[in-house]
Design a protein around this ligand. Sequence first.
Ligand SMILES: Nc1nc2c(ncn2[C@@H]2O[C@H](COP(=O)(O)OP(=O)(O)OP(=O)(O)O)[C@@H](O)[C@H]2O)c(=O)[nH]1
Ligand SMILES: Nc1nc2c(ncn2[C@@H]2O[C@H](COP(=O)(O)OP(=O)(O)OP(=O)(O)O)[C@@H](O)[C@H]2O)c(=O)[nH]1
Ligand SMILES: [Mg+2]
Ligand SMILES: [Mg+2]
Lengths: 292, 278
Amino acid sequence: NLSNKLQITFKKLKGHGKLSEQNIKEALREVRLALLEADVNFKVVKDFVDRVRERAIGQEVMKSLTPGQQLVKIVHEELTELMGQDRVRLASASMPPTVILLVGLQGSGKTTTAAKLANLLMKEGFKPMLVAADVYRPAAIKQLEVLGTQIHAPVYSNLEEKDPRVICKEALQKAKSQGLTHLLVDTAGRLHIDQALMEELKDLKKILAPSEILLVVDAMTGQDAVTVAERFNKDLAITGVILTKLDGDARGGAALSIKAVTQKPIKFIGTGEKLEGLEPFHPERMASRILG
Amino acid sequence: LTGKTRIDEGLLEQLEEVLILADLGVDATLKVISSIQSKVKKKELEDPAQLKSHLKREILAILKNGEKAVDINQATPFVIMVIGVNGTGKTTTIGKLAHNFKKAGKQVLLVAGDTFRAAAIEQLEIWGQRAGCEVIKHEPGVDPSAVIYDAMQAARSRKVDVVIIDTAGRLHTKKNLMDELKKMKRIAGRELSGAPHEVLLVLDATTGQNAISQAKLFHENIGLTGLILTKLDGTAKGGIITGIINELKIPVAYIGVGEKLMDLRPFKAEEFVEALFA
Ligand SMILES: Nc1nc2c(ncn2[C@@H]2O[C@H](COP(=O)(O)OP(=O)(O)OP(=O)(O)O)[C@@H](O)[C@H]2O)c(=O)[nH]1
Ligand SMILES: Nc1nc2c(ncn2[C@@H]2O[C@H](COP(=O)(O)OP(=O)(O)OP(=O)(O)O)[C@@H](O)[C@H]2O)c(=O)[nH]1
Ligand SMILES: [Mg+2]
Ligand SMILES: [Mg+2]
């Protein structure tokens, strides 16, 4: 891991006294490789290493008896700070229902996450309703209904309606008339480069006036995370991110990439297939995971 | 990559960026770059204008070894098991495969081996309807091996040509889920000698270096005969298969390029390399 690699790098200079520019150069190369191995985006790594370089040539590393450890500490600190705040809360609307719109690429975990959020809200005493706005994927509506039944959360669906805009309008009406606190809208997976489907999301945003537009991203996403997040953010002004499937062994560098380019907070992480598998995001833990 | 008079460090860094951004991963990128570097040192490669084409040839050579054709005529019924982590496109890909084989005049049987995830069986049934083939299923929650058992009997008695088994998505790091998959494979082989004839791992092209861990562990636990790389209609390049082909020697059979029935193509190394550098 990075700690060991840096120890080796700096061990080579024992007896040479002062750290040289070359030593730091080699050490920063190890930091760069560690982040690239964690799937952090190439350009994001470049900027990050530049940040670290400033501190690396400063007193804390140069005068340290354990420069390797000191550098790892700096990298970890910088990463944690970049990852954002601990436990950022879900926004709520001034008038109920608070609408939360879930968006993202195909298969990232939106439908499952929508149900997980409903589960969480119900445990906190709220009255959420799930909205089946994915009219494209085979059995998507059924999937959300089955999940809703598992946690006793109401699901709004309209099998006759092929336009998600109408479904959302109807769901909003129903939630207001029933005095529900939250509307969790599950949307179809889509490519950020699919203009028509991105337009659909823009229309849903106008109709719903959501308090949250959450981009659901698979933790194993590679370099493409930046392109995807930038596009969704540009088109919709997302309010936050949910990183899923963190119960696997993906390093999750996409988290840093997305945070760096959108500046939007990661609010939750998905940690399993069951509906209890949703936890608040902890930046320090994510930083440790990315560093391996 | 143009406008330079000799191959220097800056030019190699530019190449490194192209490869990393295409998700080749650190290992494969360092290997390719160092191979280029040694050629430059030996003066075998001196012209910067040649660099890109040389790089493309080097990667093409690796990928060419990784082309696989699934030959369903090798056995009847020919059994294909489709596995992979959650959400990569297994169920959708099975619909596409069924359509493919039906077009070739074959009788196809689908097996609803995902008895866990909400509406997984209904999802496969819709693909079965679209492709025009039957689906063997039980109620959700039953042991998936029981569905496999029934499917193998049905395959024989109905004299089908191809059987495609859908399985629940699962993370490669979950031992109990890998054990479940091992049992499914064992039951298939016990009931139909030689089955499964293909075990295909479905990888999402947006996945980074975790794809290597996925391929490694699924291969160690279950034994893979090939890969299917999906969602190449997005902006991700899927370059990670370079390392998987080179290091693990697992070939790629198909690529997924969309969400519709016909959005499946055989893996072609030349097209793939062109897209990598596009
Ligand atoms: N292990 C694990 N699996 C997850 C997690 N979140 C979702 N999944 C699984 O990932 C797969 C895809 O989840 P879905 O909820 O269908 O994803 P989606 O984004 O709605 O997919 P589309 O609607 O097709 O775009 C399913 O098998 C889920 O059970 C998680 O945190 N951990
Ligand atoms: N754009 C695009 N989407 C795809 C492709 N293949 C599958 N999908 C989509 O990816 C999502 C997940 O597909 P599924 O077939 O449910 O994936 P799965 O691996 O069976 O998922 P689990 O069973 O939950 O593990 C769906 O929205 C599919 O339409 C592809 O080649 N391109
Ligand atoms: Mg969904
Ligand atoms: Mg499936």
